[in-house]
Ligand binder design. Structure first.
Ligand code: PRX
Length: 638
């Protein structure tokens, strides 16, 4: 495709073009794709109404650009290379031809089950190629997939199924993750006792454990696949038709369904994949994310396949069977591009350089980081030890809502600085504001990160609740999209993301709302009230600290804490498990009843001096804070 930037001056030139004439800039890129019908208008928008349209009037099917188009040039090139959890099991290779036919056969099977354009299908799968096949098969039919991360509990799953009224669920008997076997189908069964809309469940066999198959509802994957159909014509959809819904946590209430649409997301995910990673035809690219997150959507499935790349899909975890696994996989598949999260880098760094020693990693050209701020120490270890000082690091900042990478170096082109995402990609118009929404111009400023002009991959709404979309993203600062992140622009104009400024935590690169965890904790019958904050954690980036008021009359504190962890596991999943729980006699509240999280955050960070907690004059009862601090000291002593 003709849109890869190949020099720093080229970057500045393209950036300038994208700001002066956004419509012309994106139209030029969109021309590289196959459309059934051209657009009438490139972009139309009004941020005050969260109204954004790209390529309106155009018709397409994204899967033709991911599959059919590549059949002419390189049908036998590996599209997906799957590396299993257990290194002794054989890996699998699906060429573009094989993937195309697998997608068509499964799409035909789904159609026979009644799936049509616009229908929602929930996918709750391990990291096997069939997860990607199911996603792309939905897109082939113009149906909307909503992938739910396999680590979420049955209750989280049922909430998501119900929110989008899905009638189909695609899952597997179970999942292998490290030394664990996870009973996905059991969890689906539990979830479905609360999901009246679901009619059919398609079950892929992965672990071959015995599972319950409900007659009339549950079908094996192999029985659904319609192998007589290997070339199913793709359904033509509008550029602004929904492609997928992906649920993500916010600062209030339940996770919301971020909606992405077909045309803009296609253009943006492919553009950013090729430019950020400087992708070339013979590269072997590996993103270690799970398809249950946006990174897996945009940079395992859509971006790479749209670009005709070879995308590695890894079922396992970084430390199984030992902490050299990632590097073994890099050598085994001659990986050139490796994209992971800082939490994985820190976890592996903690094992020292020994696990690296048995591998050479000489094929690596580019290293990527995503999901959370990367600290300088981890950046240096990644750069110097993993990449032997040869490979540029692309620290990519973006969000579920942005759909694709927004701030990042272009590999080997943009000079990097440890812990800096560096510069905005073409088409991304950033603005830093203070709390009152006043723009902070020039360099050497720090504030809240906003975006002032639409980009093609951005969210269009939150499923079933457009007002929530307006409130969450477009109301804090008038006329701007607010990211929820704090940022610094340094003396060179480089951007460094400082982390969330709202009540969203980032636990091992996963987003988790404090309110969501509190709601789960409060479900325990002995809990009166709770307040949750994030605190710095050496591996996870942030850990979860829960301050809990509880009735301890018939339990020991240790038992209650165990039960609380169990409750959170059941309601959300293990990723929301509190790292620290402190039973407290009260919570610091203002006279109007608002919890002063600022104070709790300081205490969770380890501050025990009353006078260092900032202004406490608005507190209803300042003795509560003294009691909490005394509790911290006691915990330490105990
Ligand atoms: O706080 C930012 C952080 O992750 C948030 C988005 O989370 P999610 O929607 O789950 O998407 C993660 C993968 C794209 C952001 O608001 N974040 C993401 N990338 C970075 C980051 N923080 C610092 N540096 C990054 N490179």
């Amino acid at each position: 495709m003709a849109f890869t930037i190949n020099s720093l001056s080229g970057y500045f030139h393209e950036y300038q073009k994208s700001v002066l004439d956004p419509a012309g800039f994106w139209a030029g890129i969109a021309e590289s794709f196959h459309w059934h019908q051209h657009w009438d208008r490139v972009v139309d928008w009004d941020f005050n109404k969260a109204y954004v349209r790209w390529f309106e009037g155009a018709k397409l099917n994204i899967t033709e650009n991911m599959l059919d188009r590549h059949l002419f040039a390189h049908a036998d090139k590996p599209a997906i290379v799957w590396e299993p959890n257990d290194p002794n099991e054989d890996h699998r290779v699906l060429t573009y031809r094989q993937l195309h036919s697998a997608v068509c056969s499964f799409a035909s099977g789904l159609r026979k089950l009644g799936v049509q354009k616009g229908d929602r299908v929930v996918i709750y799968m391990p990291m096997v190629p069939e997860a990607a096949i199911a996603m792309v098969a939905c897109a082939r039919l113009g149906a909307v997939h909503s992938v739910v991360f396999g680590g979420f509990s049955s209750q989280s799953l049922s909430d998501r199924i119900n929110d989008c009224s899905a009638r189909w669920v695609v899952t597997s008997d179970g999942a292998f993750r490290g030394s664990k076997t996870i009973p996905l189908k059991d969890w689906v069964d539990q979830a479905l006792t609360h999901c009246p809309t679901v009619e059919k469940v398609v079950v892929f066999q992965r672990t071959k454990e015995n599972v319950n198959m409900q007659e009339g509802r549950d079908l094996w994957w192999d029985a659904v696949v319609d192998s007589s159909v290997t070339d199913l014509p793709a359904v033509s959809v509008d550029a602004e038709d929904m492609l997928f819904i992906l649920y993500t946590s916010g600062s209030t209430g339940k996770p919301k369904g971020v909606v992405h649409t077909c045309g803009g997301y296609m253009v943006h995910s492919a553009y950013t994949f090729q430019n950020v990673f400087q992708y070339k035809r013979d590269h072997i690219y590996w993103c270690t994310a799970d398809v249950g997150w946006i990174t897996g959507h945009s940079y395992i499935v859509y971006g790479p396949l749209l670009s005709g790349a070879t995308s590695i899909m890894f079922e396992g975890v970084p430390t199984f069977p030992d902490p050299s696994r990632f590097w073994q996989v890099v050598d085994k598949h001659a990986v050139t591009h490796f994209y992971t999260a800082p939490t994985a880098i820190r976890a592996l760094e903690a094992f020292g350089n020994e696990p690296l020693a048995s591998t050479h990693r000489s094929t690596l050209k580019v290293l990527g980081s995503v999901g959370e701020p990367i600290n300088e120490e981890a950046w240096h270890w990644y750069h110097d030890q993993v990449g032997c000082g040869r490979c540029p690091i692309v620290d990519t900042w973006w969000q579920t809502e942005t759909g694709a990478i927004m701030i990042s170096p272009l590999a080997g082109i943009t000079p990097t600085k440890p812990a800096y995402a560096t510069l905005p990609l073409p088409g991304v118009q950033l603005m830093i504001v203070d709390e009152n929404g006043k723009e902070l111009q020039g360099n050497s400023v720090q504030g809240n990160l906003c975006i002032k002009f639409p980009w093609p991959g951005m969210l269009r709404t939150t499923y079933g609740d457009h007002d929530r979309c307006i409130q969450t993203y477009f109301s804090t600062y008038k006329g701007l999209y607010f990211t929820g992140d704090g940022v610094k622009r340094d003396e060179d104009g480089y951007y460094r993301i400082l982390g969330r400024v709202d009540d969203v935590m980032n636990i091992s690169g996963h987003r988790m709302g404090t309110a969501e965890v509190e709601n789960a904790i409060n479900e325990h019958p002995k809990v009166v009230e709770s307040a949750v904050v994030g605190f710095p954690h050496p591996i996870k980036g942030q850990g979860i600290y829960a301050f809990v008021i509880a009735d301890l009359t018939d339990r020991t504190e240790a038992n209650l804490k165990r039960e609380i962890v169990h409750t959170v596991n059941n309601i959300i999943g293990p990723i929301a498990k509190p790292d620290k729980i402190q039973i407290v006699p009260g919570l610091p509240k203002t006279r109007s009843g608002k919890i002063m999280r600022r104070i709790l955050r300081k205490i969770a960070e380890g501050e025990t001096r009353l006078d260092a907690l900032g202004d406490v004059t608005t507190l209803l009862d300042p003795t509560v804070v003294e009691a909490i601090i005394a509790g911290v000291e006691q915990n330490k002593a105990g």
